[in-house]
Design a protein around this ligand. Structure first.
Ligand code: NAI
Length: 301
C-alpha cells in the first residue's frame, strides 16, 4: 500500500512507534526511525533503540534510517525532517508519536513537569509537522498522523500536563487539516490503548488497579499499526480531520465537540435567569466527571 512513499515516525525506537515503523516498512515505505532513546519520564538519551529498529527493518529487506534528535526542539525537529530528504529524497508521511509522562496531581504538578510534557507532545508535534509542511505544500500531498489519548479526549486523574497536550494535539491536527486541505495534505489523530512501557508505568497499589492493569497487558502495540498504514496510504485520500481510537481488536471513530443543547431568551440573560432557567434546562445534558476507564468500561476485545 505504501510503495514509493517515505514515512517518518517519531518515538519509533519502542512501543507503538516501533510497530508503526515495522508495519510501514512491510507495506513498502522507506522509514525514518526517530527516537531519542529516553526514559518514560524523558530523562537521558540513547542512540540504541532507533538503530535497533532500523536493523530489524533492514534484516527483513526493508529500507530505514535512524534519527536520534529530539522532537522537543525546533532546530532538532528540522534535522529529523531533513534526514528523510537526505536519505530518501522526499517525505510523504509524518507520524507524531514520541511521548513521555510526568504524572502528578494538578495541585502538586511543578512547572518543570508541565513544560517537559507540553514540550515533547504538543510543541514537538508542531515542530515536526511544521518542518515537513513546506515539502507537503510544494508537492501538494502528504499525510500527518498524531497520537492523542483518551486521557485528553475523556479525562484521567493526575495527568493535567498530558491531557492538555493531547487535547492540544487534536486542535493542531484539525487546524492542519483545514489549512492544508487545498494542498491535498491530510491530518488525523489516533488515540491508542496498548501495553507499552508507558502504560507499565501506571502505579498499581490497590487490588483493583492491579486487576485493571493485568487486563491491559494483552493489548498488543502491533494492533495500532494497521490504521496508521491505511491512513498513510492513498486509499485514505478523502480521510482528514478525524480522531480514531484503537483498543486491541476494537476500532472507534471518536466524536468531536458540537453544541448539544441551546436555550434562548429574547431579552437576554442575567446571572439570576441563568440560575433559574438556563442551567436547569441544560443540566440533563451535562457530562459526568468521567475518566477514560469509565467510558471504556468493558474489557478490551
Ligand atoms: P513508549 O514510551 O513505549 O514510546 C515513546 C517513545 O518516544 C520512546 O521510545 C521514547 O524514547 C521516545 N521519545 C520520548 N521523548 C522523545 C523526544 N523528545 N524525541 C524523540 N523521541 C522521544 O510509549 P508508547 O506507549 O508506545 O506511546 C506512543 C504514543 O502513544 C505516545 O504519544 C503516547 O502518549 C501515545 N499513547 C499511548 C497509549 C498507550 O496505551 N500505550 C495511550 C494513549 C496514548
Amino acid at each position: 500500500m505504501l510503495a514509493g512513499k517515505v514515512a517518518l515516525v517519531t518515538g519509533a525506537g519502542g512501543g507503538i512507534g516501533r510497530d508503526f515503523a515495522l508495519a510501514l516498512a512491510r507495506a513498502g515505505a522507506k522509514v525514518v526511525v526517530n527516537d531519542l532513546g529516553t526514559s518514560v519520564k524523558g530523562e537521558g538519551a540513547d542512540v540504541g533503540p532507533a538503530q535497533k529498529v532500523v536493523d530489524e527493518i533492514e534484516s527483513k529487506g526493508g529500507k530505514a534510517v535512524a534519527s536520534t534528535d529530539s522532537v522537543a526542539d525546533w532546530t532538532a525537529a528540522n534535522r529529523i525532517v531533513q534526514c528523510a530528504l537526505d536519505s530518501f529524497g522526499r517525505i510523504d508521511v509524518v507520524i507524531n508519536n514520541a511521548g513521555i509522562l510526568r504524572d502528578r496531581f494538578f495541585f502538586n504538578m511543578s512547572v518543570e513537569e508541565w513544560r517537559a510534557v507540553i514540550d515533547v507532545h504538543l510543541n514537538g508535534s508542531f515542530y515536526v509537522a511544521r518542518a515537513a509542511a513546506p515539502h507537503f505544500k510544494s508537492q501538494e500531498s502528504g499525510c500527518y498522523i498524531h497520537m492523542t489519548s483518551t486521557s485528553g479526549l475523556v479525562g484521567n486523574l493526575g495527568q493535567a500536563n498530558y491531557s492538555a497536550a493531547k487535547l492540544g494535539i487534536v486542535g493542531l491536527s484539525k487546524s492542519i487539516a483545514l489549512d492544508m486541505a487545498k494542498y491535498h495534505v491530510r491530518s488525523n489523530c489516533i488515540a491508542p490503548f496498548a501495553w507499552s512501557r508507558m502504560i507499565g508505568s501506571i502505579p498499581t497499589e490497590t487490588e483493583d488497579q492491579k486487576a485493571r492493569v493485568e487486563k491491559l497487558k494483552f493489548m498488543d502495540t502491533a494492533k495500532i499499526a494497521p490504521i496508521a498504514v491505511y491512513l498513510a496510504s492513498d486509499q485514505a485520500k478523502d480521510v482528514s480531520g478525524q480522531i480514531f481510537c484503537v483498543r486491541a481488536n476494537e476500532l472507534f471513530l471518536m466524536s468531536q465537540n458540537r453544541p448539544v443543547r441551546s436555550v434562548h431568551r429574547a431579552k437576554g440573560w442575567t446571572p439570576e435567569t441563568i440560575a433559574s432557567q438556563a442551567i436547569p434546562a441544560l443540566r440533563p445534558n451535562f457530562y459526568p466527571l468521567d475518566r477514560s476507564q469509565e467510558v471504556f468500561s468493558w474489557d478490551p476485545l
